[in-house]
Design a protein around this ligand. Structure first.
Ligand code: SF4
Length: 430
């Protein structure tokens, strides 16, 4: 059995071997604490305690929008001036805050201490704090730590750091199991599990799991498939535990989803007839939905600034399934084992850039004058002010976009700004 791809997607036509423009200058990044917004919804007995400043607290509040939870599952232990000046024992204060939190919230089974710029500046050792607190509060609560600091991270790295922190603590197993890795909205996760189950693939475990009791075990017979392209450290941590990665394009759009499912199905020996029976109807729905949404995209050009780390699979989706032409595909990090299968499916032509030197990249974008620019929040408004049409990359992470049933919505996220611009222009010319 082989990957179900049109002949035009042959590897030799792809971008995997394209020389990469590596840039190491000024970067426009958005803080890694952002991942808490979707992770706390996913992990229903977890609490994310940012050890940070009032700025961190404000960022979380703003990113979380107006959601009001009776009992929120994230918060900030604010480092005051005396902590930052080294005049107080920040560890003792942290222990006290955690004790207070856990005695008030017996529903918390997993506590993540999340490092920030301020905690890193004062070199607060959260790894030791997590170990100490795990000792104090186990077996009821497991305490982890990771860094969400915005100094050197892109906003999706928070999830990677969180999942990578969990991997070494997962139980060992010799069972042959499929592990699907990356946070998906519950409704999308259910669709994914239903497709796998209909093909007879199982047992299937998820990381992250909705509840700590469902955490997967891992070992040399575990095979894992990523559903998010920003999980470099988690990929490395699982590989260190002996698990084997199923390399595949990411499940965006009809072709991406089919290729992802095909790679997993091949690993589990699913026959072609079963595969076709299970996927035929949702594939047809996805193709129809994409066709409806992509009318505005056909023949248009797109330029990606590096931001969400979704750029490469999305460029594959837009060029292969929506008729767009990519001019530059910028990504914060390029990881051959993770991004290679999507690069194989992008026709040669676009510049592939890794990292950023934002002024130079803005010059390239200006010269190319693309129809659509996908970028972070910080660049979108200035570019719109100059007449460019933009798409905020962060929306792609907050919106359900994976697998067949979301393929039309994914195309719609890109066609909407173009449609809006066309309407505005029509209004101005009327
Ligand atoms: S960039 Fe640093 S200080 Fe600002 S919110 Fe993020 S972690 Fe906190």
């Amino acid at each position: 059995m082989s990957l179900d791809l049109p002949a035009t997607l042959a590897k030799s036509t792809g971008c995997r071997d394209t020389p990469v423009l590596k840039e190491r200058g000024q970067r426009e990044v958005f803080c890694g604490l952002t991942g808490i917004i979707w992770l706390h919804r996913k992990m229903q007995d977890a609490f994310f305690l940012v050890v940070g400043s009032r700025t961190c607290a404000h960022l979380l509040q703003a990113a979380a929008g107006v959601m009001i939870f009776a009992e929120p599952r994230f918060g900030t232990a604010i480092l005051e001036e005396k902590d930052l000046a080294g005049l107080a024992d920040a560890n003792a204060e942290l222990d006290r805050e955690v004790q207070r939190l856990l005695s008030r919230r017996p529903d918390i089974k997993q506590l993540f201490l999340v490092g920030s710029c301020p905690s890193e500046v004062i070199k607060l050792d959260l790894a030791r704090a997590a170990e100490r607190l795990s000792g104090l509060h186990s077996p009821h609560v497991r305490v982890y730590n990771y860094s969400g600091s915005g100094i050197e991270t892109t906003f999706t790295q928070g999830e990677d750091a969180c999942l990578a922190a969990m991997v070494p603590t997962l139980a060992s197993t010799t069972a042959r199991e499929l592990l699907v890795v990356g946070a998906l909205p519950d409704v999308v996760e259910d669709q994914c599990l239903a497709l796998l189950s209909a093909m007879g693939i199982g047992p299937v475990r998820m990381l992250p799991a909705r509840r700590s009791g469902d955490l997967p075990a891992v070992g040399a017979n575990t095979v894992f498939a990523l559903v998010q392209p920003f999980l470099n450290d988690t990929h490395a941590a699982l590989t260190r535990r002996g698990a084997t990665h199923i390399a595949a394009p990411f499940p965006f759009g009809e072709a991406g989803t089919t290729a992802w499912l095909r790679a997993v199905a091949t690993e589990f020996g699913v026959d072609d007839a079963t595969f076709d029976r299970v996927t035929a109807a949702p594939r047809a729905r996805a193709l129809k939905a994409i066709a409806t949404q992509s009318a505005e995209l056909v023949g248009k050009s797109v330029f990606f600034f590096p931001d969400s780390q979704l750029e490469i699979p999305l460029a594959r989706f837009l060029t292969r399934e929506c008729g767009m032409t990519a001019i530059e595909i910028g990504t914060p990090y390029l990881h051959d084992a993770i991004h290679g299968p999507d690069l194989d499916l992008i026709a040669k032509g676009p510049t592939i850039s890794e990292g950023q030197d934002v002024e130079k990249q803005l010059d390239r974008q200006h010269a190319a004058n693309p129809d659509l620019t996908v970028c972070g929040l910080g660049l979108a408004n200035p570019l719109e002010a100059k007449g460019h049409t933009t798409k905020w990359a962060i929306e792609l992470v907050f919106t359900p976009v994976h697998f067949y049933e979301q393929a039309g919505d994914l195309a719609g996220l890109f066609s909407r700004p173009l449609r809006r611009k066309a309407l505005l222009q029509a209004g101005a010319n009327a």
